[in-house]
Design a protein around this ligand. Structure first.
Ligand SMILES: [Zn+2]
Length: 382
């Protein structure tokens, strides 16, 4: 992954260009930031730049032998460690990233912005727990103690360093007394989930969400969706490029009319109408319902702001959605938004647990009916 292929993130890339130009590379770099902010892609981009044999205008040339190997994730001096599951014929404690390199390379090609659940589902192991074990830490120590094969540096990228747990202590010595040519790049969503002893010895960089402008130009290069739908995608993703890619091929992004309709039916609570609607919704399948509920959460966040008096032009809603606001106002008052959001959040997690969609939708609808029909102040939660 060449840094130029990652949208935006100008200041992080500028920092990379500068440390490479000045050859002042920290021996341990901690990249933290939310899901879908592109941390792994940035780490890989930096590794390619560091190994490039013909840096041109401060950037990796994309043509030299090192760049070609880095782009195929086969550079012998760019090592990857990541959480893994037990491999069929091996004991769990003997299983390390090395045994999953084939799957890992495929994953990086298919989903360079993928998260842990994408990785597990790529391994066909959604229900399994992955970890980074002692053997892996020993491998890392070995990788960094070797002479370089052909690159300028020995680079070790550790994806989801939070999975190291207390085993992280084994890496302390490597970070404290690094050899001149070794570089560790740790990647983590939440920097509080790594040992302080490690964190304090790393050059820490927080990777911010992608900006709306960067997401917009990325989306327009990937899809022929209408401008309005692209805008909607950007709003839904809130700087998370993985979310954008998940939704980019969805046939439906804007569910505002469906949401109003569902709220109306919940409010009326005519049993026949409710059964018809929830059956029809259930037929659309799990992913569509998850998308619908996630949309609901996004919409209600903005709707909450609208009812709180935030000017309509600063809401992250499209023109069509803004027209829905007055309709929604007839059904839902400000203090009922949070309890409805709680139901949507809970339902999303229940769908993940394989409960029957029909029953789940019916339950949710009944709970929403109770909220909509309740005394105005009963559900004030904040
Ligand atoms: Zn190159």
């Amino acid at each position: 992954m060449h840094l130029d292929n990652i949208p935006g993130h100008g200041s992080t890339k500028d920092y990379f260009y500068k440390i490479v130009k000045d050859t002042r590379i920290p021996h341990a770099i901690l990249l933290s930031g939310g899901e879908g902010h592109g941390k792994l892609a940035l780490a890989i981009g930096l590794a390619q730049l560091l190994q490039c044999q013909n840096v041109t205008d401060g950037k990796a040339c994309n043509q030299c032998n090192s760049c070609l190997k880095a782009s195929k994730y086969i550079h012998p001096d760019i090592h990857f460690s990541f959480p893994v599951i037990k491999k069929d014929n091996l004991k769990r404690e003997d299983t390390t990233s090395k045994q999953f390199m084939k799957e890992w390379r495929e994953f990086l090609v298919e989903m360079p912005y993928g998260n842990m659940s994408d990785w597990l589902s790529h391994l066909g192991a959604v229900d399994k727990r992955a970890n980074i074990n002692v053997t892996e830490c020993n491998e890392i120590a070995k990788n960094l103690s070797l002479k370089t094969f052909e690159g300028r540096y020995k680079i070790q990228i550790i994806w989801h360093a939070d999975y190291l747990g207390k085993e992280g202590n084994r890496l302390l010595k490597l970070i404290e007394e690094p050899s001149d040519d070794s570089i560790i790049i740790l990647i983590i969503n939440n920097r509080n989930h790594i040992l302080n002893t490690i964190k304090s010895r790393c050059q820490s960089l927080i990777v911010p969400p992608f900006s709306d402008e960067d997401m917009m130009s990325f989306i327009s290069s990937q899809t022929s969706l209408s401008k309005e739908d692209q805008e909607e995608l950007v709003h839904l993703a809130s700087g998370d490029i993985r979310k954008t890619l998940t939704h980019i091929h969805d046939t439906k992004i804007n569910y505002s009319e469906d949401l109003v309709q569902w709220m109306r039916v919940c409010y009326k609570s005519d049993p026949e109408e409710l059964i018809d609607m929830t059956s029809e919704m259930a037929q659309r399948g799990k992913q569509d319902i998850i998308n619908f509920f996630q949309y609901g959460l996004h919409f209600f966040r903005e709707y909450h702001q609208y009812l709180s008096g935030i000017p309509i032009e600063s809401l992250r809603l499209t023109g069509q959605e803004k027209e829905i606001l007055p309709k929604m106002e007839k059904i839902i008052s400000l203090n009922k938004i949070r309890p409805i959001e709680a139901i949507l959040t809970q339902s999303i997690s229940h769908i993940g647990r394989n409960l029957s969609l029909k029953i789940l939708l019916m339950n949710g609808s009944i709970e929403i009916n109770t909220i909509l029909r309740s005394e105005v102040n009963k559900f004030v939660t904040s």
